[in-house]
Design a protein. Structure first.
Length: 83
C-alpha cells in the first residue's frame, strides 16, 4: 500500500531527491501482514480493493468537477463575461 497523499506532498515539497528514485518510494510503502494469504500466496482482497477504487473514483470525480468549475470561472473573468 502506498499512502498517495503523503507521497504527493513529499514529492511536491522536494523531499524525494532524484537520487532516491524508486528506493525513496519503497521506503513509504507498507505491507499489511494481517491479510489472510490464499493458497497461491496472494493476499489481495478484491472486495476491499473495489471499495478503495470506488472511494478514489468519488474523490477524483469531485475534484475534477471543482477544477472544471474553477477553470470556467477563470475563463469568464478573462473574457469579462462575454462569450
Amino acid at each position: 500500500d502506498v499512502p498517495f497523499e503523503d507521497v504527493m506532498r513529499k514529492a511536491a515539497s522536494g523531499a524525494f531527491a532524484e537520487a532516491d528514485g524508486v528506493e525513496g518510494l519503497e521506503r513509504v510503502m507498507s505491507v499489511d501482514a494481517d491479510r489472510i494469504n490464499r493458497n497461491d500466496g496472494n493476499n489481495v482482497d478484491i472486495d476491499y480493493e473495489m471499495t478503495l477504487l470506488a472511494e478514489n473514483s468519488v474523490m477524483y470525480n469531485a475534484l475534477a468537477r471543482q477544477l472544471s468549475q474553477r477553470i470556467s470561472l477563470l475563463r469568464t473573468v478573462i473574457t469579462e463575461g462575454r462569450r
